[in-house]
Design a protein around this ligand. Structure first.
Ligand SMILES: *Cc1c(COP(=O)(O)O)cnc(C)c1O
Length: 425
């Protein structure tokens, strides 16, 4: 049976701290500091005020009447994490770790980022708390995710393109680890999901559990009887965050939605728990399930949602999946797009493509559940950020015209004087 916290860094056989000697010291320091401050009333009060006034907690638990009627089963509720400042749940962890780092006397923060959402949340948290911020990002991702790079720079972060390996997320993680090993005296590494070597999975889960704690409280206050909670699973931080307070509550089904991409074959998805291409391994400091080949080398992944497109899954979720406590399902790109449309049209709520995987899973299972019970969807983020992906799908011609016109406008140097404002100190 998997408990809600690790046993010395392990969740059953998964987890651990499989790292080079030079990373052990910063990990041990971090663990000691976390165990101290997480019971320190002053730290907790400071965190609570920031969560309330800066992040905007608590986030609403929204009853979705039209979706409920159309899906014809359980009462649909949506936890609106997308209303958190910066637009997604990632800020919960970024703020928690940055505040902890500050207590530890660190002045410099580093982070890895893939699509840029975690980098963005960390950059915002550093701006808010007055910390220096360096974000490692694969060169390929820097090129693909310019809107997020631009926003990180607005918050004052330095974005460093990583040119090693495949020049994507895993290379950014390696580079961040290297930096940390050399600079840990003044630097904290804010890892972005509930994975990596211990104690990161415990730390990230703790800071994200506020999502589930709020859901539980909101449901109790309104006499909502929850039958199931569904969340999308990339590394696993929003899902473990919303699941944690319900793990011991056997009447509540917990469902994780992975990226099914375009199909079940190798390279077509990012399905670590449901796919036939996944295996156990030890990668980047922890044991879990990964999309790796027989030699332990990473295999290509694919998903329309950048946030779910990762080869590994957090060790606690891997354990909860193997024990059967959390059910996993794979959602195809096209099903996620359908879910974006469904909730936008019927509820006026724009899901992020990641969160739409949870929405799509809910659309499938709502009917299996009794009408007097609730199905809670964790909307991990809002979809404004996805306009460069969704618009080319839903209205390709108009979007192309728009981009061309923008280019012409830029090349004619219109509005260029505005650049002066940003470069001025
Ligand atoms: C990053 C991201 C995810 C996936 O990360 P988890 O650690 O699995 O939560 C999901 N939703 C959104 C909106 C994200 O930005």
């Amino acid at each position: 049976m998997t408990s809600t916290t690790s046993n010395n860094g392990f969740f059953d056989k998964f987890g651990g701290k499989y790292v080079a000697e030079i990373i052990r010291r910063p990990l041990d320091d971090l663990e000691a500091a976390f165990n101290k401050y997480i019971h320190d009333p002053e730290f907790l009060e400071e965190l609570r005020i920031i969560q309330r006034d800066y992040i905007g907690r608590e986030t609403p638990l929204y009853f979705a009447p039209t979706a409920t009627k159309l899906l014809g089963g359980a009462q649909i509720y949506i936890k609106l994490e997308g209303l958190a400042n910066t637009g997604a749940h990632k800020i919960n962890n970024a703020i928690g770790q940055c505040l902890l780092a500050k207590k530890m006397g660190k002045t410099r923060i580093i982070a890895e980022t893939g699509a840029g959402q975690h980098g963005l949340a960390t950059a915002a948290a550093c701006a808010k708390l007055g910390l220096e911020c360096v974000v490692y990002m694969g060169e390929v991702d820097v090129r693909r995710q310019q809107p997020n790079v631009a926003t990180m720079e607005m918050y004052g972060a330095k974005v460093v393109p990583v040119t090693s390996g495949s020049r994507t997320l895993k290379d950014a993680v390696n580079e961040a680890m290297r930096d940390w090993a050399t600079n840990f005296q003044n630097t904290h590494y804010v890892l972005g999901s509930a994975l990596g070597p211990a104690p990161f999975p415990d730390i990230v889960r703790t800071f994200q559990s506020i999502i589930g704690e709020e859901v539980k409280r909101q449901a109790a206050e309104r006499n909502i009887d929850i039958a199931a909670v569904v969340a999308c699973v990339g590394g696993g931080s929003n899902s473990i965050g919303v699941f944690t307070p319900f793990i011991e509550d056997k009447n509540v089904r917990l469902i994780g939605a992975e990226a099914g991409g375009v199909g079940p074959n190798v390279g077509e998805n990012a399905a670590r728990m449901t796919g036939n291409a996944s295996r156990e391994g030890i990668v980047q400091g922890y044991k879990s399930r990964f999309l790796i080949d027989e030699d332990g080398q990473s295999m290509p992944t694919r998903s329309i949602s950048a946030g779910l497109d990762y080869m590994g899954i957090g060790p606690q979720l891997a354990a909860l999946g193997e024990s059967g406590r959390v059910e996993f399902t794979a959602i195809l790109d096209k099903e996620a797009l359908e879910a974006v449309k469904f909730f936008a049209r019927n509820e006026g709520i724009l899901f992020a493509l990641e969160s739409a995987h949870a929405g799509a899973a809910a659309m499938k299972i709502a009917k299996e559940l009794p009408k007097d019970k609730a199905l809670v969807i964790n909307m991990s983020g809002r979809g404004d950020k996805d306009i460069f992906i969704t618009s080319p799908v839903f209205r390709p011609e108009k979007w192309k015209e728009f981009l061309k016109a923008e280019l012409v406008r830029l090349e004619n140097n219109e509005d260029i004087h505005d650049a002066e404002i940003m470069t001025r100190k």
